[in-house]
Design a protein around this ligand. Structure first.
Ligand SMILES: Cc1cc2nc3c(=O)[nH]c(=O)nc-3n(C[C@H](O)[C@H](O)[C@H](O)COP(=O)(O)OP(=O)(O)OC[C@H]3O[C@@H](n4cnc5c(N)ncnc54)[C@H](O)[C@@H]3O)c2cc1C
Length: 247
C-alpha cells in the first residue's frame, strides 16, 4: 500500500480560521482572510475550532490523496464514506488478471501457499475467459467487464480520494478504531503520515475517536477494546445544562 498527499487547499488552516473570523466581525471576507494570516492567531483559533466542534469551518479545506495497492475489500469500506469524492481504477478498462493484482493479508502468511494457489487458479480462469472472448472477437473492456466477475475482495486497486477536513477527521475517528479492519486502519494511518510533514497541526487531530484530541472516551458500548475509559466513566449522568436567562 502506498499513500501520497497529491494536492490540497493552499493554506488549509488559514481559510478555516478566516471562515470563523468572518462570523464574528463586521469586516469583509478579505479582511478575515488577512487576519487569519497571523500565525499565532491562526494556530490558536484553528485548534479552538476543532475542539469546539465548529465543523462547518473545516469544510473549506480539502485534501486529495493518491491510494495505491489496497484491496477491493478495503476500498469498499472507504467509499462508504459518502461525503467525499472518489475515482477508482476500472476493472473494465484495466486487465487485472495477474498474480500481482491481489492483496494477501499478513494473517494468511502461514497458510502454506494456499492463497497463491487459489490466486493462480483465479488468474488462470480470468485468462481463459479473456482468450475465449477473443476467439469470439470480443476484446478490451467488453471482455474484461465480464472476466472480472471472478476477481475476489483481495483484488488490488488504486484510487484518488478527495475529502474536506471535517470529513477527514470523522473518517480518522471511526477507521483508526481498533474495531475497524487492519487494512483500512493502515490506510488511514498512512494518510496521517502523508499529512504530518506539511500539516502537523492538522495531523495532531487525525486520531481515533477515543483519543483526547477527539472525544476522549470510548463510545463502543459492548465492543470497547478497553484501552480508554468508556463514555459513562467520563460523562456524569447530569442530563441538562443549567437553565439560562429567559428559561
Ligand atoms: C468499525 C466499523 C464497522 C462497520 N461495519 C459495517 C457493517 O457491518 N455493515 C455495513 O453496512 N457497514 C458497516 N460499516 C460502515 C458504516 O455503516 C458506514 O457506512 C460508514 O462508517 C460510513 O458512514 P459515516 O456516517 O461514517 O459517513 P458518511 O456516510 O460519509 O456520512 C457522514 C455523516 O453525514 C451525515 N449523513 C450522511 N448521509 C446522511 C443521511 N442520508 N441522512 C442523515 N445524515 C447523513 C451523518 O452525520 C454521517 O455521519 C462499518 C463502519 C465501521 C467504522
Amino acid at each position: 500500500m502506498k499513500v501520497t498527499l497529491l494536492t490540497h487547499t493552499p493554506e488549509p488552516e488559514r481559510v478555516v480560521v478566516a471562515a470563523a473570523l468572518l462570523c464574528y466581525q463586521k469586516g469583509d471576507p478579505e479582511k478575515a482572510y488577512a487576519r487569519a494570516g497571523n500565525e499565532e492567531l491562526r494556530h490558536r483559533l484553528f485548534e479552538e475550532l476543532i475542539r469546539q466542534g465548529h465543523g462547518s469551518t473545516l469544510e473549506h479545506s480539502t485534501f486529495t490523496f493518491g491510494i495505491e495497492g489496497v484491496s477491493r475489500a478495503c476500498s469498499h469500506q472507504l467509499v462508504r464514506h459518502r461525503l467525499c469524492s472518489y475515482n477508482q481504477q476500472s476493472q473494465r478498462y484495466v486487465d487485472v488478471g495477474a498474480p500481482d493484482y491481489f492483496v494477501k493479508p499478513d494473517s494468511l502468511a502461514a497458510d502454506g501457499g494456499r492463497f497463491e494457489e487459489v490466486v493462480g487458479e483465479t488468474v488462470q480462469y480470468y485468462r481463459d475467459m479473456i482468450d475465449q472472448f477473443a476467439d469470439q472477437g470480443v476484446k478490451g473492456e467488453q471482455a474484461q467487464q465480464d472476466a472480472r466477475y471472478i476477481i475476489p475482495n483481495a483484488g488490488k486497486t488504486n484510487l484518488i480520494w478527495t475529502t474536506n477536513l471535517r470529513n477527514l477527521l470523522h473518517v480518522c475517528h471511526v477507521r483508526m478504531c481498533a474495531r475497524a479492519q487492519w487494512e483500512i486502519r493502515r490506510l488511514i494511518f498512512a494518510c496521517r503520515r502523508a499529512m504530518e510533514p506539511k500539516f502537523p497541526l492538522i495531523a495532531k487531530y487525525m486520531v481515533v475517536k477515543c483519543h483526547p484530541n477527539a472525544f476522549g472516551y470510548c463510545d463502543e458500548e459492548f465492543r470497547s477494546c478497553g484501552f480508554r475509559p468508556k463514555r459513562e466513566d467520563v460523562i456524569p449522568e447530569d442530563p441538562d445544562c443549567p437553565p439560562g436567562p429567559g428559561w
